[in-house]
Design a binder for this molecule. Structure first.
Ligand code: GLY
Length: 373
């Protein structure tokens, strides 16, 4: 199957994203030319290690690249001060040098954590993303956002630090649980909703086949999302403007994740799915878009097996609109004390707004919770 290459045009920090099936087995070909000495450290978690670590080690060995592996416990709790310390100390114990590369093999947690460690270790090391989840392949591995969580909220301690290469092997998606795959699919839908109406329509037709395992469709979708994100990141690396549109669904989603304790009750992508439905509902309530759009968005998400409405979230009947609003106020997107929402004028036309009255958001949440009761 053909590989697709997407360039993230960031001057002397530009890099390629390669998308295709079987890339992990050929990883050495792509990684070896970047290394300054034939050595790299792979960081992964126990679950991913069991499935993919040997393949990556073999691929590096084929190109005479030696490696060590740091294997961390799985889960979001690694994105903590303690998890960060554990990783930094493990890497330093391996005597990594500033000019070495660290390879992040895993989903969003591993990519964010390893990227942040690489941004500060020895005052900044290079790293390579080998994303194994759909969410990481289409979003978190691209664009250089790295972070750990604070008790005050998600991703509040971090840095912009671009990888040197992203290898997105779509064959690895077969090893995900159906739930995790669907959660990543929410981020795929996001690209259609925020800036590519034609892609959203394509997903309405092809999404089910893609989720069922069609490799060609998966490659096309991941590459299209990465190309979309690469264009946005090249234009607005530090999120001064357009990049914020990638947060469609995230203000609501992060509040829901906080309220459900960043637990298996609601995966990140599931929070984004519900958040996108709410963003379209809020847009309609503020007369920004046609009221028929929210049901269309929710229908596609629900048909894809995702929670699409607030009432679909486990335990939603105990949610308080005021508490959810408090979570939103801790969001990184708060600017000059105002909440920032990504809303929609149409499918494929998202806009950033910082003039949404908190009362309107509270009313929407109250209505949605009442509708679910
Ligand atoms: N995940 C949103 C961004 O990278 O900007």
């Amino acid at each position: 199957m053909t590989e697709q290459k997407v360039r993230v045009a960031l001057g002397d920090r530009a890099y390629d994203i390669l998308v295709g099936g079987g890339l992990l087995e050929r990883a050495g070909e792509h990684i070896a030319p970047l290394l300054r000495r034939p050595y790299a450290v792979i960081v992964t978690d126990e679950n991913v290690a069991a499935k993919h670590l040997d393949t990556l080690k073999r691929a590096l060995a084929l190109k005479n690249v030696g490696c060590e592996a740091v294997i961390l416990p799985p889960g979001e709790k690694q994105k903590s001060y303690a998890g960060f310390e554990q990783l930094c100390e493990a890497l330093l114990a391996l005597k990594v040098e500033r000019r070495d590369h660290v390879i992040a093999l895993g989903g969003g947690v591993i990519g964010d954590l390893v990227g942040f460690a690489a941004s500060v270790l020895r005052r900044g090391m290079d790293f390579i993303q080998v994303p194994t989840s759909l969410l990481a392949q289409v979003d978190s591995s691209v664009g250089g956002k790295t972070a750990i969580n604070s008790r005050q909220g998600k991703n509040l301690i971090g840095a912009f630090h671009q990888p040197r290469l992203v290898l997105a092997d779509v064959a690895l998606l077969d090893t995900l649980s159906p739930r995790e795959l669907r959660a990543g699919y929410a981020e795929v839908v996001k690209y259609g909703l925020l800036g590519d109406a034609e892609f959203f329509a394509w997903l309405e037709t092809n999404g089910a086949k893609l989720l069922a395992g069609d490799m060609v469709l998966r490659t096309q979708a991941v590459a299209r999302c990465c190309a979309h994100k690469a264009r946005i990141v090249a234009a607005d690396e530090r999120e001064e403007g357009e990049r914020a549109l990638l947060n469609l669904g995230h203000t609501f989603g992060h509040a829901l994740e906080a309220e459900t304790g960043y637990s298996q009750r609601l995966l990140h992508g599931e929070g984004v799915a519900v958040g996108m439905g709410l963003a379209f509902r809020l847009s309609a309530m503020l007369d920004l878009c046609d009221a028929a759009l929210a049901p269309r968005v929710e229908r596609h998400l629900a048909e894809s097996g995702l929670p699409a409405r607030l009432g679909d979230v486990d335990g939603a009947r105990l949610f308080s609109p005021a508490v959810l609003l408090e979570h939103m106020k801790q969001d990184k997107k708060v600017r000059d004390g105002r909440l920032v929402f990504i809303l929609a004028e149409a499918i494929g036309r998202a806009v950033q707004r910082n003039d949404v009255a908190p009362e309107a958001v509270e009313t929407l949440l109250r209505e949605q919770l009442a509708a679910a009761a």
